[in-house]
Design a protein around this ligand. Structure first.
Ligand SMILES: Cc1cc2nc3c(=O)[nH]c(=O)nc-3n(C[C@H](O)[C@H](O)[C@H](O)COP(=O)(O)OP(=O)(O)OC[C@H]3O[C@@H](n4cnc5c(N)ncnc54)[C@H](O)[C@@H]3O)c2cc1C
Length: 467
C-alpha cells in the first residue's frame, strides 16, 4: 500500500514526526525493528518478574512544558522535588519546585539564584518552545537575551560569575553535566539553566508504570489519526520500504548511511560519516530489597539524584572523560522512580538505574566506580542489591542502534554539534534527496525526550513536496 510518508524507527522523535504528519492529514506508516514501539521509551522486566525498568529514558524533564505532549495527556507522576544533590558532609542541595525555596537553601547565593532562575522558570514554556525549534528569529528577544548571554558561558564561568558557595555551584555543575560535555565548554551554562528552569517549572516527573506508557499513548494517538505502526520490521535498505512520497529516518547518521546506501551524494555521505558523537554512557539497572539508604533522607524526595560532590570534583570527572580517560570518581546520574510510582516494583521492593559518562566506545567496566559513588552517599546500598543489569556502550548500541558508541544524545551536544546536526544547513532535516528526511536526535534540538526533532522534521516535510 502507498503512504504519503514512511517513518523508519519508532523512538519519541519517529512517533512525534508521524503524529504531526497524520495531524496534517497525511497517511503515515512507522516501521520499527524491535517487537515493541518506543525506542528510548522502552520499559522491560530486565531482571525479575514484577520489576519494571526503563531501558533508556525515565525523567520526563521537558514533556510537561511542551504543547505537543500537553495534547497527549500523559499519565505522569511528579515527585515532591525534581532533583537532589548530596554532599559529603550530609548536606543535600535540593532543587525544589519553587525557585524561592531552592534559593533559601543556597545561603548567600540565594538572591543571585533567584535573579538568574526566576525569570527563566516563570517563562519556561516560552523558553523551551524557542530553543527546541529550528533556528530562526526569536519571538521573545528579551527572554532570549536573559538566557542566551549567560548561557553562552561555560558552566564553570556561569557558576563563577553568579555564585560563591559550594551548594549553588554543585547544583549548576550537576545540571550542566547532562550535556555530557566538559564543564569548561562554552554553552554548558545554557544546558544548566535549561535543565534547572524545566525542573522548577515542570517538576521532572516520571511516567506511571514506566516510560513505555508514553510510547503507548503516542502510538494510540497515531492510530486514532489513521496512522500505522508495524513492529519487527528492520529496514536494511530503501528496497525494503513500501511505496511512499516522503521517507523520514529516526536514525543516527550511521543508520541513515546503512539504509540509504549510495542514494545520497558522496559529499553528503562524507559529512554523515564524520558526524561527531559525544561520550558514551555506562549504565546499571538494579532490583533492590528496599529504598536506597541515603545518608540524608531528603534524597528520597527526588526521582533524580546527582552524585559527584562539589563542582570542582564533577568538573574534573567530566574533563577526564573528554580527554578519553575513566574517572575513578565519576559523576553519576541516578534515578529512583519506583519510590514514587508503585507500579514499577513489588511491595517493599524498588528499582533504580544510574549511569556515568565514559569515552565513546569505551570497554572499561565502571560497575565498581558507580556503586562506590552511591555507597559514598548511601552506605549499605550494595546490601540491598538483588540483581543488576550491566549496559556498557557496546550493549547500549547493540540494543539501541542510535546510541553509537554509547552516545545517549544522538551526537555531541556542544555549540558546533547543535548547529551542524547532522550537517550545517538552514533545513537540517532535509537531505540532498528531496524525498528523504532525518528526524532523530541527530537533528536539532538534539537528545532527550521532547519529540521536537520529529515535530520539526515533519513540518519540514509538510513545507516541501508533501504540501
Ligand atoms: C540509558 C539512557 C538513559 C536516558 N535517560 C533519559 C532521560 O531520563 N530523560 C530524557 O529526556 N532522555 C533520556 N535519554 C535520551 C533519550 O532516550 C533519547 O534522546 C531519545 O530516545 C532519542 O529519540 P529518537 O527517537 O531520536 O531515537 P530512539 O529513541 O533511539 O529511537 C530509534 C528507534 O529506531 C529503531 N530503529 C533503528 N534502526 C532501525 C532500522 N534499521 N529499522 C527499523 N527501526 C530501526 C530503534 O529500534 C528505535 O526504536 C536516555 C538515553 C539512554 C540511552
Amino acid at each position: 500500500m502507498a503512504h504519503d510518508a514512511v517513518v523508519v524507527g519508532s523512538g519519541p522523535n519517529g512517533l512525534a514526526a508521524a503524529i504531526t504528519l497524520a495531524e496534517a492529514g497525511r497517511s503515515v506508516a512507522v516501521l520499527e525493528a524491535r517487537a515493541v514501539a518506543g525506542g528510548g521509551l522502552r520499559t522491560e522486566e530486565l531482571l525479575e518478574h514484577g520489576f519494571r525498568h526503563d531501558v533508556c529514558s525515565t525523567i520526563m524533564a521537558f514533556p510537561p512544558l511542551l504543547d505537543f505532549f500537553s495534547s497527549l495527556k500523559l499519565d505522569l507522576v511528579t515527585p515532591p522535588a525534581p532533583l537532589a544533590h548530596p554532599l559529603d558532609d550530609g548536606t543535600v542541595v535540593l532543587a525544589d519546585r519553587s525557585v524561592a525555596q531552592t534559593a533559601s537553601r543556597l545561603r548567600g547565593d540565594g538572591p543571585a539564584y533567584r535573579r538568574l532562575m526566576s525569570p527563566l522558570a516563570e517563562k519556561a514554556r516560552d523558553l523551551l518552545a524557542m530553543v527546541l525549534r529550528p533556528p530562526r528569529l526569536p519571538e521573545h528577544p528579551f527572554l532570549l537575551a536573559r538566557f542566551g548571554a549567560p548561557g553562552l558561558l561555560s558552566a564553570l564561568a556561569l557558576a563563577g560569575l553568579f555564585f560563591q558557595g559550594r551548594e549553588a555551584r554543585a547544583l549548576v555543575a550537576g545540571a550542566a553535566a547532562h550535556s555530557l560535555l566538559a564543564l569548561d565548554e562554552a554553552g554548558t551554562g545554557a544546558v544548566a539553566m535549561l535543565m534547572l528552569a524545566s525542573a522548577h517549572a515542570g517538576g521532572w516527573p516520571v511516567a506511571r508504570g514506566g516510560s513505555a506508557g508514553v510510547a503507548e499513548t503516542m502510538v494510540r494517538r497515531l492510530r486514532e489519526l489513521g496512522g500505522e505502526v508495524e513492529c519487527e520490521r528492520r529496514v536494511t535498505s530503501l528496497s525494503d520500504l513500501p511505496q511512499h512520497r516522503a521517507l523520514l529516518l529516526d536514525l543516527a547518521p550511521k543508520g541513515v548511511l546503512e539504509v540509504t546506501g549510495d542514494r545520497l551524494p558522496r559529499r553528503y555521505r562524507d559529512a554523515l560519516e564524520t558526524f561527531r558523537h559525544g561520550p558514551g554512557a555506562f549504565k546499571l539497572d538494579w532490583t533492590l530489597d528496599g529504598p536506597i539508604p541515603w545518608r540524608s533522607a531528603e534524597c528520597a524526595r527526588a526521582a533524580t539524584v546527582h552524585l559527584g560532590g562539589t563542582m570542582e570534583e564533577i568538573a574534573e570527572a567530566e574533563l577526564q572523560v573528554a580527554r578519553g580517560q575513566h574517572p575513578a570518581r565519576p559523576f553519576v546520574l541516578l534515578t529512583q522512580p519506583s519510590l514514587f510510582d508503585r507500579a514499577r516494583s513489588p511491595d517493599g521492593k524498588q528499582t533504580a538505574w544510574a549511569y556515568c559518562h565514559v569515552p565513546n566506545g569505551s570497554d572499561v567496566d565502571m560497575t565498581e566506580a558507580i556503586e562506590r559513588q552511591i555507597e559514598r552517599f548511601a552506605p549499605g546500598f550494595r546490601d540491598l542489591v538483588r540483581k543488576r543489569s550491566v549496559w556498557p556502550p557496546a550493549r547500549l548500541e547493540a540494543e539501541e542502534p542510535n546510541c553509537v558508541g554509547g552516545d545517549v544524545m544522538g551526537g555531541r551536544m556542544d555549540l558546533r554539534g547543535l548547529l551542524a546536526r547532522p550537517v550545517l544547513s538552514l533545513n537540517p532535516y532535509a537531505t540532498p534527496d528531496p524525498s528523504i528526511f532525518i528526524c532523530s536526535a541527530s537533528t536539532p534540538p538534539g537528545g532527550g525526550i521532547h519529540g521536537m526533532c520529529g515535530v520539526n522534521a515533519a513540518r519540514a516535510v509538510v513545507r516541501s513536496r508533501l504540501r
